[in-house]
Design a protein around this ligand. Structure first.
Ligand code: 5GP
Length: 193
């Protein structure tokens, strides 16, 4: 008999407000037993309802730097003034156990993963248009104008990287249609002969 097959690493990016979290949650709902989400480390403060060890490992800047020095991260990057990193040994051990691992990370980190793990499956979620993204971000109504503008500027920069991903999914408002695209990518990439 064949030994345990190594899992597939999925790298998922897309600007804030594009619905990537919702799409990933749906994927997990359907294929959760074959999958695992990586829990990143970050220096940003927890938001209301976020749990240490579940949503992120919330650590100090000093701790983050010592982890960089120990080569503990598969990738790391700065985003909106905070540091984020993917714990390498955790991801590798999940892949070894045959789990398909999902990283939901920003573009700089995704480029590092694509370089280090060229077999990874990279997916970028796009809004139907920049105007629609702006409408969605404003629709949240939870942020100041300054923050919204900052997020939009970041999103514009991120969208420039979309072409470097293996797959692009447009989330144009029909969540089910976008999910079906993601689902077929997942099935295709995890049932390789
Ligand atoms: P937030 O602070 O809103 O949770 O995340 C901000 C951005 O950082 C999002 O695009 C999120 O996907 C990304 N991010 C979360 N964890 C990591 C990580 O470990 N590495 C990188 N490069 N980006 C991450």
């Amino acid at each position: 008999m064949q030994t345990q097959e190594r899992g597939t690493l999925f790298v998922f990016s897309g600007p804030s407000g594009v619905g990537k979290g919702t799409l990933n949650a749906k994927l997990f709902e359907e294929f959760g037993e074959q999958m695992a989400f990586s829990v990143s480390a970050t220096t940003r403060a927890p938001r209301e309802g976020e749990i240490d060890g579940k949503h992120y490992f919330f650590i100090s800047k000093q701790e983050f730097e010592s982890r960089i020095a120990n080569n503990d991260f598969l990738e790391y990057a700065q985003f909106a003034g905070n540091c984020y990193g993917t714990p390498k040994s955790y991801v590798m051990s999940l892949l070894d156990q045959g789990k398909n691992v999902l990283l939901e990370i920003e573009v700089q980190g995704a480029m590092q993963v694509m370089e280090r793990m060229p077999d990874c499956v990279s997916i970028f979620v796009l809004p139907p248009s920049f105007e629609e993204l702006e409408r969605r971000l404003r629709g949240r109504g939870t942020e100041t104008e300054e923050k919204v503008l900052k997020r939009l500027e970041t999103a514009r920069g991120e969208l420039e990287y979309a072409g470097r991903y293996k797959y692009r999914i447009v989330n144009g408002g029909d969540l089910e249609a976008a999910y079906q695209e993601l689902r077929s990518i997942y099935l295709k990439e995890t049932n390789r002969a």
